[in-house]
Write a protein that binds this ligand. Sequence first.
Ligand code: AMP
Ligand code: ZN
Length: 115
Amino acid sequence: MSDCIFCKIVNKEIPAEIVYEDDQVMAFKDINPVTPVHILLIPKKHISDLTAITEEDKELIGQIHIAAVKVAEKMGVAEDGFRLVNNCKEHGGQVVFHLHFHLLGGKHLGTKPPA
Ligand code: AMP
Ligand code: ZN
């Protein structure tokens, strides 16, 4: 997707503070962090949102979660824990329409998901 900002980050057309990369997944610092650690994990291939995944993406979705744990370890939040969030479409608060998971940590986030 040529006009997708996260595809441009994948293609290194615009800069990002990349903290992890493998063949299918990339993770970089959110430009507007809401917690001390705020990383975005994305598939390198363009998927607009979580409802657009297919059976073919099973391994990819697993790999994103494996990557999330690696990133959490690297960022020093694996021991205390963190939150992994997907905002899906309009009611979910999605703004960037390239599938991504927010890894939030570095402080106690409370016991309820935000609503
Ligand atoms: P969402 O509401 O889940 O679509 O969130 C999109 C997230 O992308 C927000 O937290 C933004 O701060 C973040 N974001 C937007 N543009 C960039 C960028 N160029 N680099 C890093 N993070 C970005
Ligand atoms: Zn994209």
